[in-house]
Write a protein of this length. Structure first.
Lengths: 350, 639
């Protein structure tokens, strides 16, 4: 694996003999301070630390800011930046090519919860063997600031007015669609993102990571519901909020404890309330998961952590009882039936 | 009364969902096995149960398989269509009807045979009550067998074939056939001239529908991934793959070398197929007009990102939902122009059952060679109806997997390659498959602008260079296209051009024109787009060329006019679309209505306006055809 020699002193290598640089992608073209970049970095770190051979990963995305990000990590992995809302179908088909590969898909809240809602739900129920990351910021960035379906009710945006609709809860949708691994995190909590990525990678089947990833540029109205001001006026803030100036990334100052509820200020001064799942929470209990999500919605929390996991269900490829050799390595002899069989067919055509 | 042997049509009118298809297929198979050329067409409504449906069986000693407008023998099982059915019998024809339909018989110019279907079924103790309606259809099989001379042993073997040797249903159905046969023998007197006599014209032939042929062809083409969404008339193609995959790709370990996935919609179906094609699988989908519309954005992606995928479009008549169970050739313009921006699609046009099989495997070779979406056009008439055909032929060439670099290839190249680099000067680049473990194997596929190394690029010159390479690739595509099929009759300067399933009706129309009008016409059936040199050469050789097709606007005519402006003046459009398969009669009349005795000159000096106004939207008008005896105007649809 020395095809890409790096200059300078020998770097630390992982179990497959690769350096962290072997997991990097191109320089990002997203806005400075965008949470999406932090997620890309955690993918790089997680894959490096897990000693995943980049050639065993296939990257997928749809259209949008988030969907650009597969270019910014793991250059040695194949990638397919497809159509708006259609990443799931491309990934579903592509992973049949070689069932030993793992997909890492990056989508956004528009790409998933609006135009791609149908395919999102179906890729869940098919249990395709991939990580499905939603970089969720509640806003359309590439088209310069429209509401997405995950924007909270009452949020107002410069040219859009006030959002009158209830938001789509990605994790809830995944759960009712029988996804087998569902987690939520916050781009500013890199450690949790990384650990969840590792768990998701280890999971056989679909693993949804709904990662709140603030938009530094367009989610910029300061009188928003859940605003910084609203938070300050709140009588008993659960803990101190550190305001971070726009155009730098929002990071948690300290790891969250189990069960902790914490408000986090967004670039525009709005606030997201994160709630880490309780210590005794049982993520294998689907009913509990539904309850936790419902409770969080009532309280305007965004519950974070591993919400649900089910390791019993076979992945899509397993359901199909495919040959051990990856389908895309089969030869003509495997694929074209013998001439005698055509004779038999002709006899049947009567 | 002059006997008419082996040259007539039977139409059976029943209710949709009444289980008549077994009976009709039995008649069809039995006649086929008597050595008589025969074809069957199902004219059915978009409905599960209850609406009138018809099955036509054409017996033709001359081997004509196209639709006929005339029905000499009519079997009426459905009170709702009884009156229409009665009116539709050709003068001198025969009318069989279930005698529990108590409606007036208003015709004296035909032979009328009431059939005590209910009574015969009720009196058979072997037929359980719930099966009476289903098995009742077999009674008319028996009555017809006696009256026109269908070999009862052939009927038995057809029933055995249908029920796969299961004793109980065979006995029950055969019982009903025999009851009908014996009753007719004892009670009916033959008053019509139509009968069957064994021939030897079907020996070595098979009987199949186009969708099954395409499905089996695709499996012999090494199909590995099929994603689809149900739509009439394309559904039976993938269902046939489900039927034949287990037998044809059986392995000792019981594992599968293929996957068939029913997607949530056509968007997902084509997306999955493109994903699979991208990752190195022989991937396909099957759909019809509305589904093809939904697939458009993805087809554009596959064109631009250069992903091989095969799309079967079993055409039905649109626009919109149209007539979902009726045939058409009206997707040609759309199929050749799918996607926004500058894009090209390769379109194969299968014209008969053998070609459905051949294009089944060839489409994969072409798609992988060109790294493009390939659309194969068939239609409802060809796809869902039974056609007599030569046996399927084993693929003559090994699978062409196109330009693929393996790990070993990359080692030899020292990892030096570019996904969109035109190394060979033919516009076709090299590709790698996911799972290739060479560290330089990967590339990033996108529908956004990209350079030769698949890197994102908004550079104007790079974008233009790539688009021009794609254009070059489309020129290269011509050498992989199937050549047109040409039928000649020496000495004529008149020709017919068509594509697809109209072939058999055109062959018959040529014979009619030659026999009754003394007009000889050569015939070219186009089989692919982009057109090849042979198409140009053919057009150049004639004074007048009739472009025959089943659509309103003359889409093939338009396409040829664009491709060959030098031949525009000599081309006349004979186009008509009402959902019914083409018949020799309307083709002949369409040609005669525009036929010029002294042929127009070969071209460009003539004023352009006049020839552009050729009648397209209506069938030949009444009275426009002087020399024909049956010039009764247009096609009336089902009667």
């Amino acid at each position: 694996m020395s095809a890409l020699p790096m200059a300078g002193a020998p770097a630390t290598t992982n179990r497959v003999g690769l350096t962290k640089n072997d997991y990097r992608g191109n320089p990002t073209t997203l806005c400075q301070g965008c949470g999406h970049n932090s997620i890309s970095n955690q993918i790089i770190t997680a894959m490096y630390e897990m000693s995943v051979l980049p050639e065993t990963v296939v990257k997928f995305s749809g259209i949008g800011c988030s969907s650009k990000s597969p270019t910014y990590f793991m250059n040695r992995s194949f990638g397919f930046n497809s159509l708006h809302g259609r990443m799931p179908s491309i990934a579903t088909g592509a992973l049949f090519g070689d069932h030993t590969l793992k997909g890492i898909g990056v989508s956004g809240d528009g790409d998933t919860a609006s135009i791609g809602m149908g395919q999102f739900k179906h890729v869940m129920r098919r249990n395709v063997n991939m990580i499905y990351i939603v970089e969720n910021n509640g806003v359309y960035g590439l088209t310069k600031g429209q509401f997405s379906a995950t924007a909270e009710k009452g949020l107002s945006l410069k040219k859009q007015g006030v959002n009158p609709y209830m938001p789509v809860d990605i994790c809830m949708e995944a759960l009712v669609s029988n996804a087998t691994f569902i987690a939520r995190s916050f781009a500013g909590n890199p450690r949790q993102v990384k650990e969840l990525l590792k768990a998701a990678f280890a999971h056989k089947g679909i693993a949804v990571l709904d990662i709140i990833s603030p938009c530094v540029t367009f989610n910029n109205q300061d009188n928003a519901y859940h605003s910084y001001a609203w938070g300050k006026d709140h009588e008993e803030p659960l803990h101190d909020i550190t305001y971070i100036a726009p155009r730098s990334e929002i990071m948690l100052e300290r790891e969250m404890e189990d069960g902790e509820v914490r408000e986090v200020a967004m670039h525009d001064g709005s606030i997201v309330i994160l709630k880490n799942l309780e210590k005794g929470y049982d993520p294998t209990n689907r009913f509990e998961a539904l309850r936790a999500l419902e409770e969080a919605q009532q309280n305007n929390w965004l519950v974070t952590g591993l919400i649900y996991v089910n390791t019993e269900k076979p992945s899509l490829a397993e359901t199909y009882n495919l040959v051990d050799t990856p389908l895309n390595q089969l030869t003509d002899a495997d694929l074209r039936p013998a001439p005698e069989l055509l004779d038999k067919i002709n006899e049947l055509m009567f | 009364m002059n006997k008419v042997v082996n040259d007539f049509s039977i139409i059976v009118g029943t209710k949709n969902g009444s289980g008549s298809s077994t009976a009709n297929n039995t008649i069809l198979r039995a006649i086929f096995k008597m050595g008589i050329p025969v074809s069957g067409k199902n004219l059915f409504p978009s409905n599960i149960q209850g609406l009138p449906t018809w099955y036509t069986i054409r017996v033709s000693k001359d081997g004509y398989l196209g639709r006929r407008d005339i029905n000499e023998i009519v079997v009426a099982m459905n009170p709702d269509s009884f009156t229409r059915d009665l009116e539709s019998v050709a003068p001198g024809g025969a009318f069989f009807y279930a005698d529990d339909i108590r409606l007036p018989i208003t015709r004296a110019d035909i032979a009328v045979y009431p059939m005590p279907i209910k009574e015969l079924v009720r009196s058979d103790p072997n037929i359980p009550t719930d099966f009476r309606d289903l098995v009742g259809n077999m009674v008319y099989v028996g009555i017809l067998a006696y009256m026109i001379g269908i070999d009862i042993e052939r009927i038995r073997s057809a029933i055995e074939f249908h029920f796969k040797k299961k004793a109980k249903p065979i006995a029950m159905n055969m019982g009903a056939v025999t009851a009908g046969y014996e009753w007719a023998k004892a009670n009916l007197e033959k008053k019509d001239p139509y009968s069957l006599e064994p021939m030897n014209k079907t020996e070595g032939m098979i009987m199949a529908d186009g969708n099954t042929a395409a499905a089996i062809g695709a499996i012999f083409g090494g199909a590995q991934f099929v994603a689809w969404y149900p739509i009439t008339p394309a559904t039976s193609l993938v269902e046939a793959m489900n039927d034949y995959f287990p037998m044809l790709r059986k392995r000792e370990d019981g594992k599968h070398t293929y996957a068939v996935l029913q997607a949530e919609d056509e968007l997902a179906a084509i997306g999955m197929a493109i994903g699979a094609g991208w990752s190195g699988l022989r991937a396909m989908t099957s759909t019809s007009g509305p589904g093809l519309s939904l697939m458009t954005e993805f087809v554009g992606l596959a064109y631009y990102a250069e992903v091989p995928v095969v799309i079967w479009d079993i055409q039905r008549i649109g626009p919109s939902t149209g007539l979902p169970t009726r045939t058409s050739q009206a997707d040609l313009s759309f199929a050749t122009n799918m996607g926004h921006g500058d894009s090209d699609t390769v379109v194969l046009m299968s014209g008969n059952i053998n070609e459905c099989f051949d294009f089944g495997w060839q489409a994969f070779d072409i798609a992988e060679r060109l790294q493009m979406p390939i659309i194969v056009l068939s239609d409802l008439d060809m796809g869902m109806n039974q056609w007599m055909s030569k046996p399927f032929e084993y693929p003559q060439t090994p699978m062409d997997r196109g330009k693929v670099l393996t790990k070993k290839d990359l080692e030899e190249l020292k990892g030096n390659w570019g996904r969109y680099l035109d190394k060979d000067g033919d516009g076709i680049p090299y590709r790698t498959f996911p799972g290739n473990k060479h560290p330089m194997s990967s590339y990033f596929t996108r529908g956004t602008g990209h350079d030769e190394y698949a890197r994102y690029s908004e550079d104007a010159a790079t974008f233009h260079r790539n688009m021009m390479r794609l254009k070059k690739k489309f020129v290269t595509a011509k050498q992989y296209m199937p050549k047109p099929v040409v039928y000649r009759s020496p000495g004529t300067k008149t020709a017919i051009v068509a594509y697809g399933s109209t072939e058999s009706a055109i062959i018959e129309a040529r014979d009619l024109l030659a026999g009754e009008q003394g007009i000889k016409a050569d015939f070219m059936r186009v089989r692919a787009y982009p057109f090849t040199r042979e198409v140009d050469e053919f057009l150049a050789a004639y004074d007048q060329v009739f472009v025959v097709e089943m659509n309103r606007d003359g889409q093939l005519h338009q396409l040829l006019s664009l491709a060959y402006p030098q031949h525009v003046m000599k081309m006349k459009s004979v186009a008509f679309g009402d959902g019914m398969p083409a018949s020799a009669k309307w083709i002949r009349e369409g040609i005669l209505s525009q036929y010029a005795e002294t042929a127009p000159a070969r071209s460009v000096q003539k004023p352009a306006a006049k020839t552009k106004t050729v009648v397209k939207q209506s069938p030949p008008k009444r009275g426009t055809v002087k020399k024909t005896k049956t010039a009764k105007g247009g096609r009336k649809g089902v009667k």
